[in-house]
Design a protein around this ligand. Structure first.
Ligand SMILES: Nc1ncnc2c1ncn2[C@@H]1O[C@H](COP(=O)(O)OP(=O)(O)OP(=O)(O)O)[C@@H](O)[C@H]1O
Ligand SMILES: [Mg+2]
Length: 262
């Protein structure tokens, strides 16, 4: 358990010849709630794609514990990917399926379980995210916050060791966003999972982040890694302080009335 869960080493990410970020070096420990932060377009989602197996590095490596993710065989990489759960930005529930059917989908595909067992697990996962009894609802029949939580239940269907979230609270009101934050922390505690979150939201960053990496779109590399609270207290980097005090990257979003700031 002492070795980092994920190690990113000398990672350069590019689309063709266009480099998005270079020389990324950081580690994510078991049980971390690790925040990927930085202004719009700096490469946060791109980094997530490199960590979950959707995009190959231009240079450098990603390790899961000791295993070299991108130099492993396809079979080994798929094996690692099975231990990963992802909640995409859109939530991406299938609108024509009930919540139970949405969550059963990965179980039916990968677990080899029978339908009775799958139904039990679906109910258990829904209960974990506070949606007990909502099995037969369609996504359109529940609120945005509930949809996010259902997406989370689906991401957890196969008992992942690591959960990835891209902007989980985007589009949620502050109260629902806070509930989702609380849920993320309690899942980390009860499941013992490692959690990686892409977020702009300062309130979330400080409330749940135990570690982070800050990506800078201008220099195209990371400027810091560490606990967000510690960075705020100790960093001498004006750009980081500006980000962590004003949320400049939120400037392109409409201000929400009554938004809770740290
Ligand atoms: N498929 C693609 N092909 C070429 N360039 C891309 C592609 N996807 C993203 N980019 C570019 O890569 C850069 C980083 O994009 P990315 O989506 O990772 O940023 P982000 O930090 O997640 O932004 P946001 O906060 O807006 O979600 C941007 O300049 C974007 O235009
Ligand atoms: Mg993004």
């Amino acid at each position: 358990m002492n070795a980092p869960h994920i190690t990113v080493k000398d990672l350069t990410m590019a689309y063709g010849d266009f480099v998005i970020q270079r020389d990324l070096n950081f580690t994510i420990d078991h049980g971390d709630i690790f925040i990927i932060m930085g202004g719009s377009g700096c490469g946060k989602s791109t980094l997530l794609r490199h960590l979950i197996g959707l995009q190959r590095p231009a240079k450098g490596d990603v390790f899961y514990e000791q295993q070299d993710f991108w130099h492993a065989s396809d079979e080994e990489r798929t094996h690692i990917m099975r231990r990963i759960g992802v909640l995409y930005q859109s939530g991406a529930l299938f609108s024509s399926l009930t919540l139970a059917e949405n969550i059963a989908l990965p179980l039916g595909e990968f677990s080899g379980m029978g339908s009775r067992e799958i139904a039990d697990i679906v109910s258990y996962k829904l209960a974990l995210v506070g949606l007990a009894g909502f099995e037969d609802y369609y996504p359109s029949e529940i609120s945005g916050g509930m949809q996010k939580r259902a997406g989370l239940a689906r991401a957890m269907a196969l008992d992942p060791e690591i959960l990835f979230f891209d902007e989980p609270s985007a589009g949620l009101d502050p109260v629902s966003a806070k509930l989702l934050d609380d849920l993320i922390v309690s899942l980390r505690d009860t499941l013992g999972a490692t959690i990686v979150v892409v977020t702009h939201e300062l309130a979330s960053i400080f409330a749940i982040g135990t570690n982070s990496v800050f990506l800078d779109p201008d220099t195209k590399t990371m400027r810091a890694t560490g606990s967000p609270k510690k960075l705020l207290a100790e960093s001498n980097d004006a750009k980081i302080i500006q980000f962590l005090t004003r949320g400049e990257s939120n400037a392109d979003k409409p201000a929400q009335k009554g938004e809770i700031l740290p």
